[in-house]
Ligand binder design. Structure first.
Ligand code: SF4
Ligand code: SF4
Length: 223
């Protein structure tokens, strides 16, 4: 599994740096998922070092960390460059949303007020077809429905994340969202359940999802 990230528009990142009047920066680049997505790793670090320096922003240090999203690893890695972190106006992170929040959390130990700016958008957890090609198949909703839907996720295959379908926007198996170019997720579920001889599950009416139970500062602890 890879957390899929894409690059933010460059100007958006520079606007964020301008907002904090950044003249000196440290770059933290993810060497794992973002490296695979070409939004981090060594190449991303080199790319952003050059971009910042062209704009007159001094890069005090740049590191590639294998686990930007692991608080413990990030603490050790930031500790190795703590003087540069102290001297920087901001940290630019080339990671997913987990990575930046791990750095923000660690900033409590270094300099709680230091801005941390992200250069990427986090898209989804990717199922790998091959390196460089990934599919969105799960958003980690916290209440998996796949036992009722033949192993196909309605949250990621239905454009409206409907609990029952298909909706009135389906035409000949295609979804109105995206101009009928993609398959309707609920038709995929129907076909799968039919193959399994379990259309009784398709007929089951599911109540609307209570999204309040899916998120909001959730924590999972394994003992
Ligand atoms: S229902 Fe879909 S989004 Fe939710 S956990 Fe299952 S696969 Fe992931
Ligand atoms: S047409 Fe199908 S995939 Fe598109 S929104 Fe309706 S139920 Fe979901």
């Amino acid at each position: 599994m890879v957390v899929i990230t894409t690059k933010k528009p460059e100007q958006e990142v520079f606007d964020a740096l301008d907002r904090y009047n950044v003249k000196k920066a440290v770059i933290v680049s993810c060497g794992t998922c973002a490296a695979l997505c070409q939004t981090g790793g060594t190449e991303g670090l080199e790319e952003w070092t050059q971009k910042l320096e062209e704009k007159g922003i001094q890069v005090l240090s740049g590191i590639v960390s294998e686990d930007v999203c692991d608080n413990r690893v990030m603490r050790k890695d930031l500790n190795k460059i703590k003087e540069e972190v102290a001297g920087a106006d901001a940290i630019l992170t080339l990671s997913c949303g987990l990575g930046i929040q791990s750095i923000v959390k660690n900033m409590e130990r270094f300099d709680a007020g230091k801005p941390v700016i992200i250069a990427n958008n986090t898209e989804f957890m990717g199922m790998t077809e091959r390196i460089g090609r990934f599919y969105m198949r799960c958003l980690g909703c916290g209440d998996c429905l796949l036992n009722e839907t033949g192993g196909i996720c309605p949250i990621t295959t239905c454009a409206k994340a409907l609990m029952n379908g298909p909706c009135g926007g389906m035409v000949e198996g295609k979804c109105e969202v995206g101009n009928y170019e993609k398959d309707c997720g609920w038709i995929l579920i129907y076909n799968r359940l039919k193959e399994m001889g379990r259309l009784d599950l398709f007929e089951k009416l599911r109540p609307p999802r209570d999204w309040s139970e899916s998120g909001h500062q959730r924590e999972v602890v394994f003992r």
